[in-house]
Structures are given as C-alpha cells and as structure tokens.
Design a protein around this ligand. Sequence first.
Ligand SMILES: C[S@@+](CC[C@H](N)C(=O)[O-])C[C@H]1O[C@@H](n2cnc3c(N)ncnc32)[C@H](O)[C@@H]1O
Length: 350
Amino acid sequence: MNLTTVPVPTTTAIAVATAAVASTPAAVPSIAGASSLTLEQNTRALLDHACAQVLGGQAAAAFRLLTPPLSALWSEARASGQAEAMRRWCQAHPLHALVMQDPFTHRAAAKPRGYAGDAVMMDYIYDGAPPAGTSAVGAEVFGATTRAGMGLSVRYRRQLLRSLIDDAVVRHERPRMLSVAAGHCRELQGSLVECPGFAGEFVALDQDPLSCQEIAQAHAGHPVRVVNQGVRELAGGQQGGALADALGRFDLIYSAGLYDYLPDVLARRLTRRLLAMLRPGGRALIANFVPGGSGRGYMELFMDWALVLRSEAQMRTLAHAAGAAHVNIFADPPRNVVYAELWPEAPEVL
Ligand SMILES: C[S@@+](CC[C@H](N)C(=O)[O-])C[C@H]1O[C@@H](n2cnc3c(N)ncnc32)[C@H](O)[C@@H]1O
C-alpha cells in the first residue's frame, strides 16, 4: 500500500489510465465507453484486470496498477454515498477470494486479536516471508502487499526507532526508554540495548498479552521490562498517574503503530501524559499514517483495515495541544508516515 498523496481522478480518467496500462486489452473490456462508465463499471473493470494479472503470475504489477485508482474510486464512492455498494462489489468479486489467500490480507480481515494490524502482521512485513502452508498465489500476493508503500514505511519506522534507541543509549548514562504499544518490539533486535555494556532499562508496554510474552521471551537476557497494560489506563486520570509513577521517568518515549487507532481526545491525553513522563532533556516521538494515500482503498475494502490518518499540520496541532514546548515534524522517505518529535521544554541541544 502506498499512502502518498495522489490527485483524485474522475471515473473516466481512471478508466482511461487503466486502459493505457493494460497489457491485455481483453482484461479491461469496458474502456471503449469510458466516458459513460459508472462507478460500478469502473470498479469492476479495475478488479477484473487485477484478477487477470494475479492469475497470470503478475501480482506485483497487479497491485502497482490497482491501488492508486482503487483509492480514487473509493474516495468517489464515499463522497457520493456509494460506499456500502462499493464494499459489496469488492467482496463479491473473484479478486476478493484470490487475495484472501494472502496471509497478510486475510489476517487483517479476520482480526484474530480483535483488530487489524497486530504485531504478527508487523512481523509479516519485517520478515517478508509468508507462513508455511501459504498457496503459490497467496505467496505472490503476500509479496505485493507487504512490500508495497506501507510495508516499506513500516520497515523504515523500525530502522528509525532502532537509531533513536541507540542515540539514547550513547547520550545518557543510565538511559531509560519506553515503547508504548510495543508489539513485538522488533526494533530492539540489533540495538545497543542488546549489548553487554547497556546499563539502563527498556520498558515495553502493550495491551496484548501474547505480544508481551513474545518480547519477554526474545529479550529474557536483557534489561527489558514488559508491562501488559493499555494506553487508556496510562492516559486516564488518577489511575493513569499511578501507572506513570510506577513506570518512572524516561529519556526516550516513543509510540509507533498506535496513534493511527486513537481518536483525537485520547491521543491528546496520552501525549500529555507521555510528555510528563520524560526526564529533563528527554524527548518523545509519535508516528501516524497520513491521509491521501493510494493504498487506502485496498486496505479499507479488502482488508477491512481503517486507520485514523493525520496530516503534518494535524500532528503539530496535537503536539501543541498536549503541551509540547518544542515540536519537530518530519515525514518518512515514501511520505506515508508523519513523525512528531516532542519536548516538554525547549531543548538546549538537539
Ligand atoms: C501496529 S502494532 C505496532 C507494534 C510495534 N510498535 C511496531 O511498530 O511494530 C500495534 C500494537 O499496538 C497495540 N495496542 C493497540 N491498542 C492499544 C492500547 N489501547 N493500549 C496498548 N497497546 C495497544 C497492539 O496490541 C499492537 O501490539
């Protein structure tokens, strides 16, 4: 999925664009009458074409060509009150059964832990290997869905977090770091926290007991403390204050893959709490997927995976509303994720 901003073309423009890239003209049969195509006809033509390409062993090309126009059609459907109808067209189309062979798409839709985007799905992206038993078609689609724009951004996010951890380890004498909604905390792998000389503490907090177990097992020999708690508990009133006190103060606090699920009020309250948990000179980092992405259509229509998307401006507003004195906003290279780096007071040295 590529969440970079794309202009939203009309259905006519989409049909014409699809015709231009179609390798087999028969795969997009309705192009001749493009100007009179309905949203439904355009959607079906697009899905037919993607289906033919996947069946022809070209899953990567299929997804490259499918995702931007599907997102544009999805925007049009939502704007014109046809969202439910478009969901039905997609679910009834043969492409749907085909992509459900992809473990990544299937797990998002099935939600075995109650929500899409759990830590196992993140591992699919990090590892890039489909689980044993995946069909040949499923493996091809898996390659396309986990190695597209969103996958690249998730992989970049892990590298960035590992660099931040290393930076905190060398900057502070006994560094304390907190990952909020840690998942499997794969960014710890290969970080300086795993080095024998590390004299600080890393705290990983997550609501999911299975993810907590995985972190505890993977880092049994390291100073990594696992806290099985939800962020609502941490953000809320007196109880949140008590939990924050029990966790202590930190040089680095970050949260990746969480804010995309939080409504504004909770996001603000949690950010305020995290800022209060920093040691002097400490910083926090929060990440969020941005709106206008070309992968949104596939995610919402086939994976049943909807995120709370925030722009750079919205992240800045959130950071200031939570009381940050100094904010640095930046985007990842594929421009899918925005990062807000926050300080409770203006830092002397960045
Ligand atoms: C997309 S994963 C991200 C995991 C990890 N940070 C990463 O970047 O790979 C989201 C994680 O957030 C956790 N999570 C979701 N809602 C939460 C909440 N309310 N409190 C604590 N953890 C939460 C989930 O259990 C899951 O492990």
